[in-house]
Design a protein around this ligand. Structure first.
Ligand SMILES: NC(=O)c1ccc[n+]([C@@H]2O[C@H](COP(=O)([O-])OP(=O)(O)OC[C@H]3O[C@@H](n4cnc5c(N)ncnc54)[C@H](O)[C@@H]3O)[C@@H](O)[C@H]2O)c1
Length: 338
């Protein structure tokens, strides 16, 4: 079987993509791109993998099949459009783009090219999310009424992550994963959003400040309610808990405990039991990011076997609308209807 020939653009978080490709017998890493050559030199790669600082050199190569774009979010649009237009399948990091207008440009390029475009909401591919989704859908906790995610971490934003317009800050850059998951568990798109957020010690952010702590409330089209609460200034290693309540029970879950694979207490049918995700999270592909390996397998399956893309450009557009609504609500103090 011919291998899928890859390039990776952006080698900071992108080095995890390099590892995933290197460990997939169906894939071959052919080229890497970063502005800093040192990032490439620090990778342990077999000889023969090419390097460039100019991503156009990837676009013009006819012998490449697929490109992973792991650039800062404000650089996703031009790079995705360039790669799709030159006939490459694209796996692009999340969120899709900093604005809806840019996201729509990517969608147009996807449709014109007919190529696979998969978005990096990798948690959607994780056994953890899939188990919760199965319980939400099979009726064992009744009809879903509430969904929630709590994220407490301790980070120092740098570079583009200090810029709210570039969708920096955990509330956008990381929260986007969880707004996408909560919508899935709720089973309907978000309809109304209300966000409270501030720098610690302040009463509210200006349009360019990134909140250090926030609570966001969601109402979904089917009447389910959701809450996302976070602080990026809380020293806590196990940084998330989440859950779903229904008319017949509830799930209380920890996505990273144990072994960064996830576990949950399920209260249903008059009983309570624990469920641990049983996957081996060891070896070179041990990733802190739930679903990282599975998203790569899915991308390959779409390229090689025409499997339907599970997280596509439309997921990206919906999350951009949510991020915009959060931003507007933070600034105006109003409830925003999507
Ligand atoms: N899925 C996840 O869990 C996850 C985790 C981390 C980051 N991300 C996403 O991945 C993307 C990249 O994040 P990051 O943390 O690596 O960002 P970063 O700013 O730390 O690193 C970006 C890399 O891209 C390179 N770069 C910048 N401009 C370039 C250009 N024009 N050409 C070539 N290389 C260029 C930089 O030199 C750097 O090595 C973002 O969209 C981010 O949201 C996703």
């Amino acid at each position: 079987m011919e291998k899928v020939r890859y390039a990776v653009v952006g080698l900071r978080h992108g080095r995890e993509h390099v590892e995933a490709i290197m460990n997939d017998p169906r894939a071959e890493l052919v080229m890497c791109c970063d502005l800093e050559e040192e990032r490439f030199r620090s990778l342990e790669l077999p000889s023969g993998v090419d390097f460039t600082t100019d991503m156009q050199q990837i676009a013009i190569r006819a012998d490449l099949d697929a490109v992973v774009i792991s650039l800062p979010t404000h650089l996703h649009t031009d790079s995705s459009v360039m790669m799709l237009s030159s006939g490459k399948h694209v796996l692009c990091e999340k969120p899709l783009a900093p604005t809806l207008e840019e996201g729509l440009r990517i969608k147009e390029a996807v449709e014109k090219s007919g190529k696979i475009f998969q978005l990096g909401y990798e948690v959607r591919y994780s056994p953890f999310h899939q188990k919760i989704l199965e319980i939400c859908r099979n009726g064992s906790i009744g009809t879903v009424t509430n969904v929630w995610w709590n994220m407490f971490c301790n980070v120092q934003n740098r570079g583009w992550r200090l810029d709210r317009k570039k969708r920096g800050g955990k509330i956008f850059d990381c929260g986007c994963h969880y707004y996408n998951l909560l919508e899935n568990w709720a089973g309907a798109p978000a309809k109304r959003i209300c966000a409270f957020g501030n720098l610690l010690g302040k009463t509210g952010p200006t349009a360019d400040q990134i909140p250090e702590s926030a609570t966001i409330m969601f109402e979904y089209e089917n009447g389910v309610r959701g809450v996302f609460t976070f602080s990026e200034k809380c020293p806590n290693l196990q940084n998330s808990t989440c859950g779903v309540a229904g008319t017949g029970g509830k799930i209380e879950a920890d996505p990273y405990y144990p072994d960064e694979c996830g576990s949950m207490d399920i209260h249903a049918n008059g009983g309570q039991f624990q469920y641990h995700i049983d996957i081996k999270n060891t070896g070179p592909l041990k990733a802190l990011h739930l679903g990282f390996r599975e998203q790569h397998t899915a991308f390959m399956d779409s390229i090689l076997h025409g499997k339907e893309v599970y997280v596509d450009v439309n997921d990206g557009l919906r999350v951009i609308r949510i991020l915009d609504a959060i931003d507007e609500s933070l600034t105006t103090g109003q409830v925003v209807t999507l």
